[in-house]
Design a protein around this ligand. Structure first.
Ligand code: KG4
Ligand code: ZN
Length: 338
């Protein structure tokens, strides 16, 4: 007997639904991105996000069921992101999950978005053993965990200011690139020299791991605009070393992520580094983390790019683990922004 879980994700600017068998086999994964709605504002506008989720949630769930050649009658559990995220957005997914589950008596599981990102790194690797070091690098989070099991993550350290993805998005804005900025900066960086622009590198002074990207972001701002805050940002065509700036910034972020992961893995005696979240799509990060980890006899594991950014397959997968552990929630399940 296999177990089918429907996953629902609406914590930020992606409306997503997926059907996953036995916590690993992805039968469908549908993601509706709102990026074009938020692009003009250079970031996610919570009110617009909530309204768009409301319009998209049921069509996206239907599409996921159809693509998996199944129906709600065949679904054994519904997993839904209930924390953390934009409250108005979370509530749309949560309300939909309850409305679909209640009349059919389907059990529901509330899923932590960050824990689900980590789980995504293990979905394609069923043999993977715990404990592992887990790095979550997304638009909202940059944090290191000791993952003891899919459901037990201990926070080891986090960013002191911006998330890595947020820094990518802000630098993209300075360089006149669109939102979301990560893929655009990364693309431009391919034609630049990563050693051309000297940028500050943050290193944690304590034993505990930490990250910081706001100094780096400000250094990029000073480089393109000058130090005088009264100066406007130059138009993109006036930034003659745009590709070099993008490459040097990307290199600095990657160096800091890789070094802090390797240092922490050594310190914690962990052999595997799981890397998850939208920034885990970054090619330079994937290459350098893999190369430098293997030089130390460690293994770096990344999900396929489609499962690095927000998706509902990771929600359904972790939801299966929660339901299998007998930890289903009741319909009193609430959303929590933090
Ligand atoms: O995980 P995610 O989809 O949403 C959050 O939970 O935040 O991550 C989105 C973030 C954005 O900041 C985006 O710019 C970044 O991931 N990102 C990238 C790349 N692809 C997406 N950053 C660097 N390089 C990429 N290729
Ligand atoms: Zn995410």
């Amino acid at each position: 007997m296999s177990t089918l879980v429907l996953g629902i994700e609406s914590s930020c600017d992606e409306t997503a639904a997926a059907v996953v068998r036995d916590g690993r086999q992805i039968l469908s994964s549908v993601v509706h991105s709102q990026a074009s709605l938020h692009a003009v504002y250079g970031g996610v506008v919570p009110e617009i996000a909530g309204r768009s989720h409301l319009a998209q949630i049921l069509p996206v769930v239907d599409a996921a069921l159809v693509q998996a050649s199944t129906s709600l009658e065949q679904i054994d559990g519904i997993a839904v992101t209930n924390r953390p995220g934009l409250i108005g957005s979370l509530l749309v997914g949560l309300s939909a999950a309850k409305a679909l589950a209640w009349p059919r008596g389907i059990p529901i599981a509330g899923v932590h978005h960050i824990e689900a990102h980590v789980y995504a790194a293990t979905m394609e690797r069923p043999e993977l053993a715990y404990p592992s070091l887990a790095l979550v690098v997304s638009g909202g989070h940059t944090a290191l965990y000791r993952a003891r099991s899919p459901l037990v993550l201990e926070l080891l350290g986090t960013t002191r200011d911006d998330a890595a993805g947020e820094a990518f998005d802000k630098v993209a804005f300075m360089l006149g690139l669109g939102y979301p900025g990560g893929p655009a900066v990364s693309k431009l960086a391919e034609s630049g020299n990563p050693r051309a622009v000297r940028l500050p590198a943050y290193r944690s002074r304590e034993a505990a791991p930490s990250f910081s990207f706001s100094g780096l972001k400000t250094a990029v701002l000073y480089h393109v605009r000058g130090q005088d805050a009264r100066n406007p940002l130059p138009p993109p065509e006036a930034i003659t070393d745009r590709a070099d700036v993008a490459a040097s910034f990307e290199q600095a972020v990657v160096d800091s992520l890789v070094e802090e992961c390797l240092r922490t893995a050594r310190r914690e005696g962990l052999q595997r580094i799981l890397v998850a979240g939208g920034v885990a799509c970054n090619r330079r990060l994937r290459l350098e983390m893999t190369r430098r980890a293997s030089a130390e006899g460690l293994e770096a594991i990344f999900p396929s790019p489609a499962y690095c950014t927000d998706n509902a397959a990771m929600i359904a997968g972790l939801g299966f683990q929660i339901l299998s552990a007998g930890k289903a929630d009741t319909l009193a399940l609430d959303a929590a922004p933090r």
